[in-house]
Design a protein around this ligand. Structure first.
Ligand code: GDD
Ligand code: MN
Length: 366
């Protein structure tokens, strides 16, 4: 009998959960033939060795180790791409999702041949999330769900779920449109399916989102910004990528850094305008680099000495834009003496310049 199901388990520092999830899957799926693919992004807590030991013992377990990269969506996409079975499930490693529901999901596919996707939902019958979330995260989660449903026309009661099972043939119709740099792979899949010819048949299975008992959640402000970008990306019908939008957000923050620094050096340090403005531009370049490294390119973030090498090359690449920025600001200031207007004009020109040139030369957008 061939396996019919591949279970993708993304892992990042989950050493205490590896054996547990495998055991739990074994008892939950005793009647189904399945494979497990762990997709790890270089955990440093012993997770990889743990998986390798199991991989050696059990023929249905494999490890896909990604080198020099991070990101939950990307990990799931790559795991799904090497799956060979008719059905593919994604489940977190930290035992917060309910592996017992996988059987129910398989049964749904067998009962209804035209089904494309089954979503594990915390917000339908038998679904619950109170225990797994603190109050603040619950509120944020509810708001994000509402936003996703409205903006992306997703009908599901839990588009933000990270627990689902999909038919491989259906997934293949959207997989090249999915964005690897995000956290909400399911929302991306469903939103992409809305842009295909055939309307997907989607069912739901309620599950209780449990408390994490070991390890840490990777949820962060970065993930929220990524998610906002995912929504904007779909609103642009995929024309703007997540990365492109994050780059824009960072650029916008740079304008504020630039203006604020100029304001301080004019009023606190009483510098002449051109010096004050140039200091602002320099600070903005530095903070843009920092935030692009943290956010826009977090999947290949530079650290240690590479961080400083990257910073130097970034200064070099932006220097033409910075000079254009300063020249325009000076021109405006000489004629108007209004520093805010002049600096803003400089910033706009500098931003357009850097955007055009860095997308042509440095980070060609996908
Ligand atoms: N390979 C890889 N790379 N795995 C990752 C990464 C990464 O960069 N970040 C997180 N993971 C793994 C974790 O090890 C865990 O197994 C799973 O992905 C989920 O990460 P958590 O950090 O525990 O996420 P969460 O609990 O805040 O949110 C999860 O559950 C929600 C409810 O279903 C995610 O699945 C959310 O997408 C989901 O909304
Ligand atoms: Mn979790």
């Amino acid at each position: 009998m061939h396996p019919i199901l591949t279970i993708i388990i993304p892992t990042f520092n989950e050493v205490n959960n590896i054996s547990k999830i495998v055991e739990k899957l074994e008892s939950a799926l005793s009647t189904v033939k399945y494979k497990i693919i762990f997709v790890d992004d270089e955990s440093n807590d012993g997770t990889i060795n743990k998986i390798r030991l199991l991989e050696a013992q059990k023929s249905n377990i494999s490890l896909l180790l990604r080198i020099g990269r991070r990101g939950l969506s990307g990990a799931c996409i790559e795991g799904m791409l090497i799956s060979k079975t008719e059905l593919i499930a994604v489940i977190d490693c930290d035992l917060q999702h309910d592996e017992k529901k996988l059987l129910e999901m398989v049964n749904k596919f067998q009962a209804q041949q035209n089904l494309d996707l089954v979503i594990g939902s915390r917000h339908t019958n038998h679904g619950k999330s109170e225990d797994g979330f603190n109050k603040f995260r619950k509120l944020g989660s509810d708001f994000a769900i509402l936003l996703t449903k409205k903006l992306l026309r997703i009908q599901s009661t839990d588009p933000m779920s990270g627990f689902f099972m999909v038919k491989k043939n259906s997934l293949l119709t959207v997989i090249d449109k999915l964005q690897p740099n995000g956290f909400k792979i399911l929302a991306d899949i469903v939103a992409c399916s809305n842009r295909t010819q055939k309307k997907w048949e989607i069912a739901e299975v309620g599950y209780e989102f449990k408390k994490r008992t070991s390890g840490q959640s990777k949820m962060s402000i970065i993930i929220i910004l990524e998610f906002i970008s995912l929504i904007l990306s779909h609103l642009s019908r995929g024309i703007l990528s997540i990365r492109f939008i994050l780059f824009g957000m960072v650029g916008l923050s740079g304008v504020f850094v630039q203006l604020f620094t100029t304001f301080l050096s004019l009023n606190l340090f009483i510098q002449p305008y051109v010096i004050a403005h140039s200091t602002g531009v320099f600070m903005a370049m530095t903070s843009n680099y920092y935030f692009n490294n943290l956010l826009t390119y977090q999947d290949r973030s530079l650290t240690g000495s590479s961080f400083f090498k990257g910073l130097l090359s970034f200064y070099l690449i932006c220097s033409a834009g910075a000079l254009a920025n300063i020249a325009v600001a000076k021109l405006f200031f000489d004629n108007t003496e209004i520093w805010l207007l002049s600096s803003l004009m400089g910033a706009i020109l500098g931003a357009v310049w850097n955007f055009i040139f860095s997308s042509i030369f440095t980070w060609k957008a996908r």
